[in-house]
Design a binder for this molecule. Structure first.
Ligand code: SAM
Ligand code: SF4
Ligand code: F3S
Length: 444
């Protein structure tokens, strides 16, 4: 088989990262090998994200850059995949003839056929929501990811239709993978060396797979994964407050591999805004979940996403969000200015003044970052458990994460990659902890 090179540039969420790896696994059957040299590929894939800002324009800008890289060379097969491909479909090839293939997230199982059929100037587009066929196709292809911390998609799509969000239109309806297929893939990842698995889904805790008369939930997956002695840590993302059911909450009492850190986006601290956003939960619902979890294990930390300047947000609504972050000290959080997405309900609403929104974002980020800095500072001169993931490029330092997903950079040892070790924290900044391997302390 002739060897060809493929380069994938990935934007967006963890699921896009997972998908890019699965595309590599698929095209390797056609003789493609992954290259890290983006100007020397036979096939160039942009795996795109549509969640905010000028996503579409960014893609055209990227293609302009790729065109320059290949000036005077053989043109690679140019594929636009991901959520922008799904949202824009044929429009893209009409506007940019450099693109050969448009491929939506639920059609990745067609990638090999599309590449086989490729001939110059023949444009192809696949944007069907065919999630079950996609899952079935990839179930037959081994996952070759060999990272210490690996992603594993268990569920895709969203039926919640928050008024601001494009995901239900780009990823399609909720669809959960068969329980036993997920376990087979988890076993492959563990065999490849994974010590941590993060279960992925747009609404990961809405996972529901029925077989015979039994319903399998994410709690069943977590409890099953807990049994693998080679696996040290289990995480999941992104969860929705509405699907934070008691069986999942109870996992925190019984499952020592489930990390005490939850990314649970609330978006706003105002019930009025949550209603306008169509979030289908209240601030009180969220606080109830927070309190239940804290009661089970007070070590559990939360992070969230916030949308600032959603149409209709008043000073009072914003103050309620601000008060919420004083009440729940999120360990880290993401805050975004509302970005109208084509096709969503909120895109038709009147935007609030840009300067007001900007000032609110600055104010909320100051508070969120202050929390983060204080929490990280409080860890200085203490010892934290770190799963060692890799050695940093061009530095004699190692990278890993503590239980709460905070990045830790430290002086360590090549032999410790894949192990949980104790790191003595010497200094920190807003995002990262710095330290050294504390040999005198035994890792738990
Ligand atoms: N499914 C997750 C949930 O419901 O919490 C969120 C998934 S979305 C990929 C990640 C985050 O992007 C959201 O939590 C939200 O804060 C943000 N987001 C989504 N649409 C947005 C928009 N139109 N403008 C600004 N931020 C947005
Ligand atoms: Fe988007 Fe809401 Fe679905 Fe999350 S729950 S993916 S924010 S529509
Ligand atoms: Fe972006 Fe699609 Fe993920 S819009 S955040 S790549 S689901």
């Amino acid at each position: 088989m002739e060897t060809k090179k493929i380069f994938i540039k990935t934007f967006g969420c963890q699921m896009n990262e997972y998908d890019s790896n699965r595309i590599y696994d698929s095209v390797s059957k056609l003789g493609y090998v992954k290259t890290s040299n983006q100007s020397d590929a036979d096939c160039y894939i942009l795996n795109t994200c549509h969640i905010r800002d000028k996503a579409k324009e960014k893609v055209y800008h990227e293609i302009g850059r790729v065109k320059k890289l290949y000036r005077g060379k053989n043109k690679p097969i140019m594929v636009v995949a991901g959520c922008v491909a799904q949202a824009e479909n044929k429009e893209m090839v009409n506007r940019e003839p450099f693109i050969d293939i448009i491929l939506g997230p639920q059609s990745y199982h067609k990638i090999n056929d599309l590449l086989k059929k490729y001939i110059v100037n023949f444009k192809q587009e696949e944007t069907e929501f065919d999630t079950i066929s996609k899952f079935g196709y990839f179930d037959k292809i081994k996952n070759n990811d060999n990272k210490i911390s690996a992603f594993l998609t268990i569920q895709e799509g969203c039926d919640k239709f928050c008024h601001f969000c494009v995901v239900p239109y780009t990823r399609g309806p909720e669809c959960s993978r068969p329980f036993h297929k997920i376990i087979v893939e988890a076993e492959q990842l563990i065999e490849n060396g994974a010590k941590e698995i993060t279960l992925l889904g747009q609404n990961v805790n809405a996972y529901s797979f029925r077989q015979d008369s039994k319903e399998f939930r994410i709690s069943d997956l977590i409890n099953h994964l807990n049994q693998y002695s080679e696996l040290s840590r289990i995480r999941y993302t992104t969860s929705h407050p509405r699907d934070m059911t008691d069986d999942l909450i109870d996992c925190y009492a019984t499952n020592h591999k489930l990390m005490p850190f939850i990314h649970l986006p609330i978006q706003s601290g105002s019930n009025r805004m949550l209603e306008l956003m169509n979030r289908k939960h209240t601030v009180q619902d969220y606080i109830k979940i927070y309190e239940k979890l804290k009661k089970i294990n007070k070590e559990i930390e939360f992070s969230s996403d916030f949308i600032i300047g959603y149409p209709g947000e008043t000073k009072k609504d914003f103050e309620e969000t601000f008060n919420l972050i004083k009440h729940i000290r999120f360990i880290n959080s993401f805050s975004f200015i509302f970005s109208p997405r084509p096709g969503t309900k909120a895109s038709k609403l009147k935007m609030i003044d840009k300067d007001i929104t900007k000032n609110r974002l600055i104010k909320i980020q100051e508070e969120l970052f202050k929390n983060q800095i204080e929490i990280n500072k409080s860890l200085e001169n203490t010892t934290v458990e770190v799963l060692v993931e890799n050695k940093l490029k061009n530095q004699n330092k190692f990278f890993g994460r503590n239980k709460f997903l905070s990045p830790v950079i430290f002086d360590g040892n090549e032999n410790d990659i894949g192990k949980i070790i104790n790191v003595k924290i010497e200094s920190s900044n807003q995002n990262t902890l710095f330290g050294f391997y504390d040999k005198d302390m035994r890792a738990a």
